[in-house]
Design a binder for this molecule. Structure first.
Ligand code: 2HG
Ligand code: ZN
Length: 450
């Protein structure tokens, strides 16, 4: 039987897409920077169908690229050419919430908004949140160990995962969905799959920790003289704001782009060097707490606090619309990096020179998650300097003892630079794990590992 026939038998003919116009939305990433052609896009509905697809591809020796909501920013879910693209967006099962354990089991294709709505229906919530919530799937978020805007309070995706089911490259299924809060019985395979970017197994179901829903919220936008001040405020903010969930940074260049893209008014009468969005959320109204803390900030240039939902959304829009506003202008080079938080001001200060030297005339837009020292370096109009910019920025980050990927993953985009963040011994150990679980290199070849 041909591979296509085997795939049709596995998932039904209508879920094997081979026409170019049906495949195309899966074959290019959201920014338009990565694209490649798949021999077919296959859309299984459950774990058994994923097993059948993996077995068929293994038998044919055709590699598989795994894709969730296609919101990734490093090309990890985009084919290099000729693979089967395995889309998990039909695995949308929302399990019953276990209120005693505060856990739920969901399909890998459930998007973040649907998971949040499901949790909130019982007065609970999901710890991770990010701007791509309407499309990003739980499977993709786990596979990339996504972070987002509430890491300060709840940690990254790995901290939310208490169990997983995954199909390995030989078609066997690892299933640990029991949700035991304590379970020390050897290697933590679930945690290993988290952040493995589809190279070790195909995540099909996830057991997730839920948190109490904090309905009372207050959001502030504060203007500061520089990034060093923003970083210096962190200890005081954490001390005086027990309800702090987010501290997000952006600069005037990004604000200008967002304002013209979304038609938003200026937040303050004057332009300022650095902006910080602060959100507090609690069981009782945190507004007073936030207003007092903001008023006491040294070096404050201006501030506004929103207590109603519309005002809060309006303040968040300045930060959350960055990605879309940048994409509306062109195809950016995206470098998601982190440095020890004390080095964040140095990174921000040195970037314009480093980028300007590598790609004269390029436009630099940076923003990010200040508490984690996580900066999103976006470079527009880099022309043929894209590789040079990447190299220069990632070397600067390495010189500052940072990571070349803070939360988006390595994907295809950063493979050549992995050794800036991982030692030869670590890469060899990762390679050994990959070879043990996927000796034929069936899953996501060219992603993560050189
Ligand atoms: C965010 O924090 C995302 O908004 C996207 O991680 C970052 O577009 C980017 O560079
Ligand atoms: Zn981010």
């Amino acid at each position: 039987m041909s591979l296509l026939d085997a795939l049709r038998e596995a998932v039904g003919a209508s879920n094997v897409l081979v026409d170019d116009d049906l495949k195309s939305s899966y074959e290019t990433d959201w920014t338009g920077r990565f694209s490649g052609s798949a021999c077919a896009v296959v859309r299984p509905a459950d774990t058994a169908e994923v097993v059948a697809v993996i077995r068929a591809c293994a038998a044919a020796g055709t590699p598989v690229v795994v894709q969730g909501g296609n919101t990734g920013l490093v090309g990890g879910g985009i084919p290099a050419g000729g693979e089967v693209l395995l889309s998990l967006t039909r695995l949308t099962d929302l399990g019953e919430i276990d209120p005693a354990a505060a856990q739920v089991t969901v399909g890998a294709g459930v998007n973040l908004s649907a998971l949040q709505r499901h949790a909130r229906s019982l007065g609970l919530d999901f710890g991770v949140d990010l701007a791509a919530r309407d499309s990003a799937t739980v499977g993709g978020l786990v596979a990339t160990n996504a972070g987002g805007i509430r890491v300060l309070r709840y940690g990254s995706m790995r901290a939310q995962v208490v169990g997983a089911e995954a199909v390995l490259a030989d078609g066997s299924v690892v299933s640990r969905l029991g949700g035991l809060a304590k379970d020390n019985t050897g290697y933590d395979l679930v945690s290993l799959l988290c952040g493995s970017e589809g190279t070790l197994g195909v995540l099909t179901r996830l057991r997730l920790r839920l948190v109490p829903q904090l309905r009372a919220r207050a959001v502030a936008l504060v203007a500061l003289p520089d990034t060093a001040t923003a970083v210096a405020l962190l200890p005081a903010l954490r001390g005086t704001l027990p309800d702090l969930v987010a501290a997000e940074l952006f600069l005037p260049a990004g604000l200008a782009l967002v304002r013209s893209y979304a038609g938003l008014p200026a937040p303050f009468a004057a332009e300022h060097p650095v902006y910080l969005v602060l959100e507090c959320a609690g069981a009782s109204d945190p507004t007073e707490q936030l207003v007092e803390a903001v008023a006491a900030l040294p070096s404050l240039l201006d501030a506004t606090v929103a207590t109603d939902a519309a005002g809060q959304r309006a303040l968040w829009a300045y930060r959350e619309q960055h990605t879309e506003a940048i994409a509306a202008v062109g195809v950016p080079v995206k470098l998601d990096v982190s440095v020890p938080v004390g080095s964040l001001p140095e990174l921000v200060d040195r970037l314009p020179d480093v980028v300007g030297t590598a790609a004269p005339g390029a436009r630099l837009v940076v923003f990010g998650h200040v508490n984690e020292g996580n900066l999103h370096v976006n470079v527009l109009d880099a022309g043929d300097g894209a590789e040079k910019v990447t190299d220069a920025v990632l070397h600067l980050v390495a010189d500052l003892a940072g990571s070349i990927s803070s939360e988006h993953g390595v994907g295809r985009a950063k493979v050549p630079w992995l050794s800036l963040s991982r030692s030869a011994t670590e890469i060899a150990a990762m390679r050994a794990v990959k070879n043990a679980l996927d000796p034929a290199g069936l899953l996501n070849p060219g992603v993560l590992l050189p």
